[in-house]
Design a protein around this ligand. Structure first.
Ligand SMILES: Cc1cc2nc3c(=O)[nH]c(=O)nc-3n(C[C@H](O)[C@H](O)[C@H](O)COP(=O)(O)OP(=O)(O)OC[C@H]3O[C@@H](n4cnc5c(N)ncnc54)[C@H](O)[C@@H]3O)c2cc1C
Length: 258
């Protein structure tokens, strides 16, 4: 393992943050328990004082196919997983296209698009060096209780990459803002949409400094240039307060604030 300095104003998808030291893990048996694990930083908002961080190195970016199963390392970027599935005519991973990040982030977030979620196709995950069946892991809409570091995961190989579905899913993305963001800031409350509630309380397009609730998709907190953590946090807290007061709904962040 080794320490690496990462500039989060460039590395994170929302382009907020500073130079911060991250411990790079190269082997499964050297993972400390007192550090917060990050991956592609597509769902993160880093404060000026984050907890000690760690990240799985490239050693955890692999795909092996054996005896009807794909074993994928957690540091594998989603784009490369989709390319592999397409090339080898494997079904199930189409929804991962345009879902930025790594397999590890997808597992921890139970990331998905519409009805497609990673747990739907997952066989098992290696967590803290032990294989656990997906059915034995508590999970739901944008969460999974991994209780540790997932280093790799297994998927049953089902033949038939669906290019029509891929096209449909890519078309869904056309209403998303192009400015830097961390995807949806809040989870959708049951039976409703966080974006709709942000609009109802009049905060769609509302800006503080260079951070703004997107005019295109209200649940996307976008960085219009030199956005800061403080402005982002202010806007998140403001939405939570107004939506609770005016709509009686307690919004829960999807974005992880460190
Ligand atoms: C433009 C845009 C669009 C997006 N659209 C969607 C969408 O449609 N659907 C959706 O679900 N998400 C979406 N996201 C959010 C993001 O793509 C997903 O949450 C993704 O899975 C995050 O992966 P990551 O590698 O960047 O994880 P990070 O952001 O680095 O980490 C996210 C969480 O995963 C945990 N984690 C990461 N790796 C591991 C591991 N190996 N073991 C245990 N825990 C781990 C971290 O501790 C953290 O809590 C979008 C993001 C952006 C920027």
């Amino acid at each position: 393992m080794f320490l690496k300095t990462i500039d989060f104003s460039k590395y994170s998808s929302i382009k907020v943050g500073q130079h911060t030291e991250v411990l790079m893990i190269e082997k499964e048996d050297e993972i400390p328990t007192d550090r917060y694990l990050i991956a592609g930083a597509n769902n993160l908002l880093i404060s000026p004082t984050p907890p000690p961080l760690m990240m799985l190195s490239k050693d955890f970016a692999f795909i092996h196919e054996k005896e009807g199963y794909l074993t994928i390392g957690s540091a594998m970027p989603t784009g490369r997983i989709v390319s592999y599935a397409k090339k080898h005519n494997i079904s199930g991973f189409e929804f991962c296209s345009k879902l930025p990040g790594t397999l590890g982030g997808m597992l921890a977030m139970n990331a998905g698009v519409k009805a497609y979620e990673i747990f739907n196709i997952l066989h098992s995950i290696k967590i803290n060096s032990k294989w656990i069946l997906a059915t034995d892991i508590e999970h739901g809409y944008r969460f999974a209780n991994l209780n540790g570091v997932a280093t790799e995961a297994k998927f049953k190989v089902v033949k038939g990459f669906d290019t029509v579905l891929l096209k449909e899913l890519l078309n869904l993305r056309t209403n998303q803002p192009h400015d830097p963001s961390a995807g949806s800031a809040f989870k959708n409350p049951e039976g409703d949409y966080a974006g709709r509630l942000i609009e109802v309380v009049g905060l769609k397009g509302f800006r503080k400094g260079d951070m703004q609730w997107s005019k295109i998709h209200a649940n996307f907190l976008v960085n219009r240039g030199e956005g800061t953590f403080e402005d982002a946090k202010y806007l998140i807290d403001l939405v939570k307060e107004k939506v609770l007061k005016e709509c009686g709904v307690k919004l829960i962040e999807e974005i992880k604030i460190l």
